[in-house]
Design a protein around this ligand. Structure first.
Ligand code: APR
Length: 315
């Protein structure tokens, strides 16, 4: 292995390719972009490589259909999956993505025994559980990307509402990704002041709702696709925290073994990310109301995991 870090991205679709671009722009690591479609990862990698001189970036980006190129990665990002097509039921889609994420995990871990896995494919909380189970990796090395995106969306909406710089805004989110998320307004601040002190309850609720359905709002506008720029930025934030050993606190889906009273489930909580992966789970005391919302979200994640176990049992 050379001196540079290596990140492999499985799935060279919108999220995967945009993540590769972002990693290039920040010169964080050499990137391998893998897809089963021939030509697509190669073409996208070449296009991104040709932008590298303008970004003063010397990293290499390789597009491939061969898993061997992913060998000895420091981080593997899994975005491979299918989008829902007309006529396809939620269950059909889930079964297909379970198969894809299972196969992908088996292939990548054969070639990268010590890597960190970041799972992005939806339903992310469930796919992270699946990938972790299949990998047999320690819980510190497997995490799902969700909270970083939800929290960025929440911060953006607060900044719009208050006309304050996004730099001043910190957001705190828990729970499942997307409409399962539980933003904690009490711990979300504007220049250190909790938003509950500056905003009306109804105003906060409106923003929370918009954040929960942030993904859906974009799908409605795009009609034929889903969000990928903010998801790629959120993945890159996690990659950067890990590779630069920043010990940055980023909400991520991680395996809980009693933290927050939850066992044997991947759920979004604030964690400290560094070179060893999930280095610490940050636990805070929740009010009864907050607990109620959080556990509702957790219950839905748990029933999803049961469904996945059932699908795996069928095979
Ligand atoms: N192995 C590798 N890649 C695969 C496989 C597989 N078995 N099956 C599908 N893919 C690839 C597709 O060929 C496609 O290029 O995964 C890519 C997915 O890309 P897009 O369809 O563009 O989806 P994208 O918008 O990038 O989202 C990817 O992230 O945010 C989530 O919900 C989103 O689950 C979705 C994932």
């Amino acid at each position: 292995m050379g001196g540079r870090n290596k990140v492999s991205i499985i799935g060279a679709g919108n999220v995967g390719a945009t993540t590769a671009q972002r990693i290039m722009e920040r010169s964080l690591a050499d990137v391998v972009l893998f897809d089963i479609i021939e030509g697509a990862p190669q073409g996208k990698a070449l296009d991104i490589s040709e932008a590298a001189p303008i970004s003063n970036s010397d990293i290499s980006i390789t597009g491939t259909n061969n898993y061997d190129e992913t060998a000895d990665s420091d981080i593997i990002v899994i975005t491979a999956g299918l989008a829902r097509k007309p006529g396809m039921s939620r269950r059909d889609l889930l079964e297909k993505n379970v198969r894809i994420v299972k196969d992908v995990t088996e292939e990548v871990i054969k070639r990268s025994q010590n890597s960190i896995l970041i799972i992005v494919t939806n339903p992310m909380d469930l796919m992270t559980y699946l990938s972790w189970t299949v990998s047999g990796f320690s819980k510190q090395l497997v995490m799902g990307m969700g909270g970083a995106l939800d929290s960025a969306r929440f911060r953006f909406f607060i900044s719009q509402e208050l006309k304050v710089s996004v730099e001043n805004i910190q957001a705190f989110v828990l729970g499942g990704h997307g409409d399962l998320m539980v933003p904690l307004a009490r711990f979300s601040t504007v220049a250190g002041v909790p938003v509950t002190e500056i905003m009306e309850k109804s105003q906060i609720e409106r923003i929370i709702d918009r954040t929960k359905f942030g993904g859906g709002e974009i799908v409605e506008l795009l009609k034929t696709g889903s969000a990928y720029v903010a998801p790629a930025a959120a993945i890159t934030e996690m990659v950067e925290a890990i590779l630069l050993d920043k010990k940055k606190i980023i909400p991520s889906a991680v395996y809980l073994e009693g933290e927050y009273g939850i066992k044997d489930l991947f759920v979004g909580v604030p964690v400290k990310l560094g070179r060893r992966g999930v280095e610490e789970i940050v636990e805070i005391n929740l009010s009864n109301e907050e607990k109620g919302e959080f556990y509702k979200s957790v219950d839905r994640v748990r029933s999803g995991v049961e469904e996945i176990k059932q699908i795996l049992g069928q095979k």
